[in-house]
Design a protein around this ligand. Structure first.
Ligand code: SIN
Length: 489
């Protein structure tokens, strides 16, 4: 099916550097539809030259942008939000086509992305410093907030609009300039967002984007890592890559925000409202086909309610409609690529070999296309299984039975990751005991949908550091300058 947009000019196939759209000079990267493998577009497969040109442009633009009054920066970012919102349908179509999430979810992601842009536009005018009471006479002391400088944003494929928005909007609000490399699987949404930022009046050089294949990404990123002018890296992706970025940026001591892998536990206690818990699990687990870093990866159900919960869950999961993103009835689209499906299949096979039982799903769906996998519920899962140790990033729900609170907390925390955790209980004392005991950056209590622009999103342990969204997400793009004036008496 052809990709038809109301505004076809949103489909860009060039880098944007220094306010100019620059087509590929040598190599190109094919962007394909994960549902069919069909070619959607070719974009530049950039390398070190393009990365350096982007840094040069961001460096040249920084002095003027940081001095632009906050109100003016806020107005430009607000216009960006308005344009993103006005183009929700086209952007939703682009997301669905290159990433594979159902169209309604694609449009929902655009609204989610816009919520960050709007929030940070408003926040741009509230970057206040402090007046510090001086400990000695004749002095005035201040803590001023300043933009960190050039920010390199490296974004993932699973939320091609929202992750750009929640990294770039606060950077612009703080007065930083940006170089960005979107995920190789989903560059088109990012390019469209940058085209809208240009239309909104973001000055040349303030926002630059270069696209690159998986093979050439290290060339682009190494150029930014080695360049002392780049003062911050913000990255969402895997833990090994995050650790590599942390090591490689040590020589230039860049500030880092790393939003890395998760292995979220989802715990249902016997006193939980089971209907609410099932609704929460369905929402959290199957959003984007299970391809989110906060989605439940391990599901622990207390013995007394395990069987009833499993039976009701299986009925809901088996009823999910799997199909192309373009079909209104689809609730789960294709997985992003063959590597993703192979990992999901490996996790299911490993779990079964170690004693898990498939209650529904567990297979590829080749009749639909190359990258479809059936929503799956497994029972008898345990900590030895790959699906309990690694992030599956797919529509698999492994259930583990537990007896008591101490045992389940030990299991929930038995992972190097610490991004999100979910639990359901109606006992107010237990609620706070468990919330305190979970070693994660995000805790969801009787709730499956946790992300919001005004909330701090991020993890602990191997899930990274730094926060996105909220005042904390803006603070990560600022540094504090202490100013002391003497001789005032
Ligand atoms: C992610 O999976 O990387 C982000 C999910 C979210 O924003 O809710």
């Amino acid at each position: 099916m052809p990709l038809t947009l109301a505004h076809p000019e949103l489909l860009r196939n060039a880098n944007f550097i220094g306010g100019r759209w620059l087509a590929a000079t040598d190599r190109t990267l094919a962007v394909t539809d994960p549902a069919t493998g069909a070619l959607i577009a070719q974009v530049p497969d950039s390398g070190a030259n393009e990365a350096r040109a982007a840094t040069d442009a961001a460096h040249a633009a920084f002095p003027a942008w940081r001095r632009t009054p906050a109100k003016q920066r806020a107005q430009i970012i607000k216009r960006w939000n308005d344009l993103v919102t006005a183009n929700q349908d086209d952007l939703g179509r682009l997301i669905s086509r290159e990433q594979g999430k159902p169209l309604a979810e694609g449009k929902g992601e655009v609204a989610y992305a816009a919520s960050y842009i709007e929030w940070f536009a408003e926040q741009a005018t509230r970057i206040n410093g402090e007046v510090i009471p001086a400990p000695a006479p004749g002095r005035r002391m201040f803590a001023l907030k300043e933009p960190v400088g050039i920010v390199a944003a490296i974004t993932p494929w699973n939320f091609p609009a929202a992750m750009i928005a929640r990294k770039i909007a606060p950077a612009l609000a703080a007065g930083c300039t940006v170089v960005c490399k979107p995920a190789e699987d989903t560059p088109l949404t990012s390019l469209a967002l940058v085209a809208l930022a240009e239309q909104a009046g973001v000055p040349p050089g303030v926002l630059n984007i270069v696209t690159a294949s998986r093979e050439r990404t290290p060339e682009v990123v190494d150029s930014w890592l080695d360049d002392p002018r780049v003062r911050k890296i913000t990255f969402t992706g895997s833990t090994p890559v995050g650790k590599h970025l942390a090591r490689r940026s040590a020589d230039t001591l860049k500030k880092l925000s790393l939003e890395l892998g998760g292995n979220a536990p989802f715990i249902v206690f016997e006193d939980a409202d089971l209907d609410a818990a099932i609704d929460g699990l369905m929402a959290a687990k199957f959003r984007n086909g299970g391809q989110t870093c906060v989605c439940p990866n391990r599901v622990f159900i207390q013995d007394a309610v395990h069987d009833a919960f499993a039976e009701r869950l299986v009925a809901r999961v088996a009823a999910l409609q799997v199909g192309p993103a373009t079909e209104a009835s689809s609730q789960i689209g294709p997985m992003i690529n063959e590597r993703a499906v192979e990992k999901i299949e490996r996790h299911v096979q490993d779990a079964v070999a170690r004693g898990a039982r498939i209650l529904t799903g567990g297979v590829r769906l080749p009749a639909l296309g190359p990258n479809y996998f059936a929503p799956t519920v497994l029972t008898n899962a345990d900590a030895t299984m790959a699906c309990a140790c690694e992030e599956t990033f797919g529509p698999i729900t492994p259930l583990t039975r537990f007896q008591d609170e101490g045992e389940v907390i030990a299991q929930a925390n038995n992972t190097p990751f610490g991004l999100a955790a979910y639990f359901y209980s109606q006992d107010i004392r237990r609620v706070w005991r468990i919330a305190d005991a979970l070693e994660t950056g995000i805790v969801a209590i009787n709730e499956g949908a946790i992300a919001a622009e005004a909330a701090p999103f991020g993890g602990v342990k191997d899930s990274g550091y730094g926060r996105e969204g909220s005042v904390h997400g803006l603070e990560d793009y600022l540094h504090t300058k202490y100013v002391c004036q003497g001789q005032l008496d």
